[in-house]
Design a protein around this ligand. Structure first.
Ligand SMILES: C[S@@+](CC[C@H](N)C(=O)[O-])C[C@H]1O[C@@H](n2cnc3c(N)ncnc32)[C@H](O)[C@@H]1O
Length: 571
């Protein structure tokens, strides 16, 4: 059984392979559905989405689909551009209808190198890819193709590996790590993009031959040819356990997430195993949303530019939840003048809403001293300080990491902010962090980041359930310190970019119990109320749950941010 909701749109069974030679009806790459591109690691939008592969026809000429053609080394070759091998002679024709090439496609080679760096050295794709693109002079469509291949392969690893295991004569966990990256790269192209099969296989085998030698390349060739024999849905039916029998494992493979993350999402969404097994679950939709490329949101900094003006400047749309949000259309934030001159910054709309809610929630009494206890790299501090500046507020921004504190300094340049490079738990011992000294306090705690998996393609494979207790301990201590820092009657916003209950509702309920802090219903802020309406709170929910806001990519189009607003009891 398979889920109908948000399922990966792989090759559709029954749609059939294009008949005859591929040259005539060659599916194009690039952007066949005209949808928004991958956000480049440098924040620009020139990348392209992983094209979920719909079989049976050419994408050429589809509306909004620039025709990239196959490009060198990627699609069919004409006789005139027949490649030559290293000695300059025409290559031997292979059974895949392609030719031995002198050098592998630089785009596939670059994607392979990033995948190896991520797997072997725990590198971050979004930090490794941009300098590599520059170094290898890959720009425009080539850079977009590398980005798509790299991010798509990393995202879909949990689906690709069981399929590769089924197509391999050797256990996949015994395969050399670099060979495995070539297999994943090839299988991703075969199952999730419109790259023609022969180009996907030949191009990847060529990378393996040059990067790894002939033996591994033959193995890659054999496995990829087996993978290419079926479409994605047929493979999924073969490699996923039955949904009714094992819904967690089924969803984990279908939507490429570790099982513990599937359980985490289901718990946060209040769906038990029986509900998941019934199909069409919201958990399935939440998981599917993590495999989509997020757009780029901008914050129009109050006092410097308003959202309307910024939207007009960048030809973007206003956001749905945050009054200062603008959705950046295709393009690079680096080219936006308002960002370059500090009137706007890049920030997920969910993060904006959290900072906005704290800054605008009604508060009686003095309201001039604000504190951000976990400020790096400074996105929320920048928004809080911009809102506060017009109201005579001074913000103290605390960040324990020196490097990240420097980022905060540049994010709040020109605003009334003091940046302290100290531990946020030093409230009461550091002279600039007096107990009871702040009217509004933000604690945007370090967390598992399970709510931002769309943005960090390898993160879902790095995080472990064992990370949660240590993070929850730190979160508890930071929230307790934030409550110490707030004056009686003052407000504290506890925020995470994780929906894990141990980092969100359970933790907040526990801290409220121990400190006497009172949950404040986030719906006292109209913008938070609008977002909360999408996520109605179940009757009989605990006070902490009833008051909190949980955003989701599949519901709100934002990261899965959590926000709980607390009031320090009056003495
Ligand atoms: C989720 S990030 C904050 C994001 C930030 N508020 C923004 O919007 O740009 C959490 C930050 O807390 C910092 N941090 C971790 N432990 C801390 C501590 N004990 N005291 C202060 N900051 C800490 C981390 O270095 C990290 O920069």
């Amino acid at each position: 059984m398979s889920e109908g909701d948000g399922r990966p749109q792989g090759r559709r069974p029954g749609s059939g392979r294009p008949e005859g030679p591929r040259g005539a009806g060659r599916p194009e790459r690039g952007r066949p559905d005209g949808s928004r591109g991958e956000t480049r690691p440098d924040g620009s939008g020139d990348g392209r989405p992983g094209q979920h592969r719909a079989r049976g026809g050419s994408g050429r000429g589809r509306p909004g689909a620039p025709d990239r053609g196959a490009g060198p080394d990627r699609g069919e070759r004409s006789g005139s551009d027949r490649p030559r091998n290293e000695s300059g002679h025409e290559g031997n024709k292979r059974s895949w209808g392609t030719y031995q090439k002198a050098t592998p496609d630089p785009a596939r080679r670059a994607a392979f190198d990033v995948l190896v760096a991520v797997a072997a050295r725990d590198a971050y794709a979004n930090l490794t890819l941009p300098p590599l693109l520059v170094e290898r002079r890959l720009t425009g469509r080539d850079a977009a193709f590398v980005t798509e291949l790299t991010y798509g392969t990393l995202r879909h690893r949990g689906t690709l590996d069981p399929i590769l295991a089924a197509g391999s004569s050797r256990p996949i966990d015994k395969v050399d790590l670099r060979v495995l990256q070539a297999l994943r790269l090839g299988a991703y192209q075969l199952l999730f993009t419109r790259v023609p099969d022969h180009a996907a296989v030949a191009g990847t085998v060529e990378v393996a031959r040059v990067a790894l030698t002939d033996g591994p390349a033959r193995f890659v060739n054999a496995v990829l040819r087996r993978v290419s024999e079926r479409d994605l849905d047929t493979w999924l039916d073969e490699v996923t356990p039955d949904l009714a029998a094992d819904p967690i494992a089924h969803l984990a493979i279908r939507y490429s997430h570790p099982e513990w993350v599937v359980r985490t999402f289901a718990d946060a969404l209040g769906e038990d195993t029986a509900r998941l097994a019934a199909g069409e679950s919201e958990t399935g939709r939440a998981l599917a949303a993590d495999n989509e490329r997020p757009g780029v949101d901008l914050t129009a900094r109050p006092g410097r530019i308003d959202a309307k003006e910024l939207a007009a400047d960048v030809a973007g749309e206003p956001g749905r939840w945050s009054p200062v949000a603008v959705k950046l259309p295709e393009g690079a934030p680096g080219n936006v003048a308002a960002i370059a001159d500090g009137r706007a910054h890049v920030q997920d709309e969910g993060s904006q809403l959290c900072a906005w809610t704290l800054a605008t929630a009604p508060l009686e009494g003095e309201d001039t001293r604000w504190l951000d206890l976990c400020a790096g790299p400074g996105g929320k501090a920048g928004l809080l300080a911009s809102i506060g500046a017009a109201r005579g507020v001074h913000l103290t921004a605390v960040e324990v990491s020196e490097h990240r504190a420097k980022l905060v300094e540049s994010a709040v340049a020109g605003l009334p902010v003091t940046v302290l490079t100290v531990d946020g738990r030093d409230v009461g011992t550091h002279p600039e962090l007096p107990e009871g000294g702040f009217d509004r306090v933000l604690v945007d705690a370090p967390c598992t980041g399970l709510g931002a998996l769309r943005r960090r393609p390898e993160a879902r494979w790095r995080r472990q359930p064992g990370d949660v207790p240590a993070l929850a301990k730190l979160q508890r201590e930071l929230l307790t310190a934030a409550l110490r820092a707030a004056r009686p009657g003052g407000l504290v916003a506890y925020v995470t970019c994780s929906p894990h209950l141990a980092e969100t509702r359970v933790l907040v309920a526990d801290v409220c119990r121990r400190t006497g802090a009172e949950p404040v219903d986030v719906r006292i802020v109209p913008e938070a109320a609008a977002a909360a309406d999408v996520n109605p709170i179940p009757e009989g929910a605990s006070a902490a749950r009833a008051a909190a806001l949980q955003l989701w990519p599949h519901r709100h189009g934002t990261d899965a941010m959590f926000l709980s607003l607390l009031r320090k009891p009056a003495e």
